[in-house]
Design a protein around this ligand. Structure first.
Ligand code: PMP
Length: 417
């Protein structure tokens, strides 16, 4: 069965479309933090942040079904559900971020954020870190660092060294701000000018490096002084993943000009958004006509509204904070010579594996595969894919943490130092 699906997939999708895991997973059902294969074997999901309130949460499923059976149009018509959701969502933000555009993906939201920075400044230069991912549109993919774009890296994008425990000084706020200041000077010298700095406030794709609140203060000052915008990508930390705060920027303690969000917003239903201050939105609307056929339609808004309901009714932020503290303690008690650092915030954890001070991606790969064989799904991040990544749905509980970390110790015991 798996071989047949793999062959069909390859025929249909073409080459270089990897699956997770050496033994690809065929999943047919999800419930809460569990995923099931066709034989009924269950897997503990410690990886998927999209199913934020749990796979197939009945309230979200019911909201989607009810609205789909009633009406689905788009934002060119008046609709109470669209406005009610938008109003409730912008109510979760400070810093005068009270206007919204809804899209279908985080990539589109980031694409709009870039355009907003251009519209406000009249410039095109963008700064991002040198180990990031912000999405897959043509404009946004130019910020990604895994593969050089055809034609080479565009001159209007400058990459600053991401904070990284392996790079001395890189988690120092002043050093980081210095990199950003230099990049701004270069953009101004090259004639592109400086439009904005796009970043994830927990540097999720960079490997969740250990930065502390206040880390960005000096950088924000540098950006503002140069007249650029702070474009905050909340696709990963947003909607309470950090437990302590709804948004990563609230935790880190800075005021963004534009915030984009996606993945968890509809619990798997494709809805994403960008929120901005009215002056930024006005500049954008002046410079660009924009309409998104599917973005923020009544069904998407019903799904997203149900997600907010569940987060609040089930107290998922406080839950995440409680379980996170417990899980982090257990992670720090894991024993293996390759474990160099354990870190986490809310329902997002990284375990960095080094051999003689050098990344150990081989060991990380074996751990991920070993966990899959034991029915626990995790992933990897980091420049060299050497950091174990655990980022489960928010209802992940103490008992799930026990199960996952017991399996992790067993797998680690089998992996040679
Ligand atoms: N920003 C970040 C930080 C992401 O991790 C991702 C997806 N991994 C995106 C944006 C793009 O979101 P989407 O896949 O919904 O386009």
């Amino acid at each position: 069965m798996t071989n047949d699906l793999m062959a069909r997939r390859k025929r249909l999708f073409g080459p270089n479309v990897p699956t997770f895991y050496d033994k690809p997973l065929h999943l047919v059902r999800g419930e809460g933090v569990w995923l099931f294969d066709p034989d009924g074997r269950r897997y503990l999901d410690c990886y998927n942040n999209v199913a934020h309130v749990g796979h197939c949460h009945p309230k979200v499923v019911e909201a989607i079904a009810r609205q789909a059976a009633t009406l689905n149009t788009h934002t060119r018509y008046l609709h109470e559900g669209i406005l009610a959701y938008g109003e409730r969502l912008v109510g979760k933000f400070g810093h005068d971020l009270k206007q919204i555009i809804m899209t279908c993906t985080g990539s589109e939201a980031n694409d709009l954020a870039l355009r907003m920075a251009q519209a406000v400044t009249g410039k095109v230069g963008i700064i991002a870190t040198d180990n990031t991912y912000h999405g897959n549109t043509t404009a946004v993919s130019q910020l990604n660092t895994r593969r050089p774009p055809i034609g080479g890296w565009p001159a209007h994008v400058k990459r600053v060294p991401a904070p990284d425990v392996l790079v001395p000084g890189s988690t120092d706020p002043a050093v980081f701000a210095g990199h950003v200041a230099r990049a701004i000077t270069e953009l101004e010298a090259s004639g592109h000018g400086f439009a904005g700095f796009m970043l994830c406030p927990v540097f999720a794709n960079e490997g969740l490096p250990p930065v502390e609140p206040g880390f960005l203060d000096q950088t924000v000052e540098v950006v503002r002084k140069a007249g650029g915008l702070i474009l905050c990508d909340e696709v990963q930390p947003g909607f309470g993943r950090l437990g302590s705060h709804w948004w990563g920027h609230d935790w880190l303690g800075f005021a963004p000009d534009v915030v984009s969000m996606g993945k968890p917003m509809g619990n798997g239903h494709p809805v994403a958004a960008v929120v901005a201050r009215p002056d930024v939105m006005a500049a954008f609307r002046e410079a660009f006509g924009y309409f998104n056929t599917f973005g923020g339609n009544p069904v998407s808004c019903a799904a997203a509204m149900a997600v907010l309901d569940v987060i609040e009714e089930e107290g998922l932020l406080a839950h995440a904070e409680r379980v996170s503290a417990y899980a982090l303690d257990k992670m720090r008690a894991l024993r293996h010579p390759l474990i160099a650092d354990v870190r986490g915030r809310g329902m997002f954890f990284g375990i960095e594996l080094l051999r003689d001070g050098v990344p150990a991606p081989d060991a990380a790969a074996r751990v991920v595969e070993g966990m899959r064989d034991r029915g626990v799904l995790i992933g990897r991040i980091g420049r060299q894919q050497h950091i174990l990544k655990l980022r489960p749905p928010m209802p992940f509980g103490i008992d799930h943490a026990d199960l996952a970390l017991c399996a992790l110790q067993e797998v680690l015991d089998e992996v040679a130092a």
